[in-house]
Design a protein around this ligand. Sequence first.
Ligand code: CP
Length: 308
Amino acid sequence: MAKLGKDFIAIRDLPKAHLNYLLSQAKHFKTFFSRPNKQSPALRGKTIANIFFEPSTRTRSAFEMAGKMLGAGIMNLQMSATSINKGETIIDTVKNLHALGVDVLVVRHHIAGVPKMIADHIPIPVCNAGDGYNEHPTQGLLDIFTMLEHCKSLKDKHVTIVGDIKHSRVARSNIYGLTMLGAKVTVCGPPSLIPMGIESLGVKIETNLKKAITKADFINVLRIQIERQQSGHFPSLREYNEVFGITSHSLAYAPPHTIVMHPGPINRGVELSSEVIDSDRNVILDQVTNGIAVRMAVLFYLLTGAEA
Ligand code: CP
């Protein structure tokens, strides 16, 4: 197989063979979780720098856990406490981290394209941990990995993505990966939160939630970005919950085997009811655990270029 490339910026750019390869490697790394000694020396001597310009619980911690399980050193930079605050540019900052001996950068930024811009200026690998509305490729991978724990193949499986599709990097990475693997993807949400032209990515639009989930094998529910609600994309959070919320009432319109997913963080009582969050209909915490295996696969590949 051809080399994956220096960086991991987007699922959109990934050939299908590489997507399948990372998924199979993640399966291998998940076997580490049940070993008495979970640590491997595979990346001993390597240093990973997590540079997050936006808050994160799951992604940053999972990259840290993944790096530690592979024996790497981890540097978590508190970006508000770096010299960027004194006027240093991001490019100068990452060049300095490279000079300090960092081997791979994991970058989250609120502006789309920043991880790629960094990757174009330094010789070490860069992994995108979420950039603006663009992509969150390791989240896409872990969502697909989690679905594949419940079916042999995603070919012709129905996946409905519900919520703020317009502002969601998770939706985009899911759509690229799922359509590549042959899944039938439907997006559902208020018309104001569905971007024009999204059908060109090979998805169906359905603004009626009940119709959107009738055949769903998986419902991937997105966070309503309350911070963007001031711009008035829908009348109120209560109304959103009534029309698009996944609750035991709306789930009655889905098949009994439908699995509910959410990338986190969740707004309880907005996009998902507490009853669904606390039930066995969802695999939300499995997604979090699988996030470690997927990031082990990505870090191992970026740092060694080899098969585990
Ligand atoms: N899913 C996700 O990206 O969560 P965090 O923002 O906590 O990393």
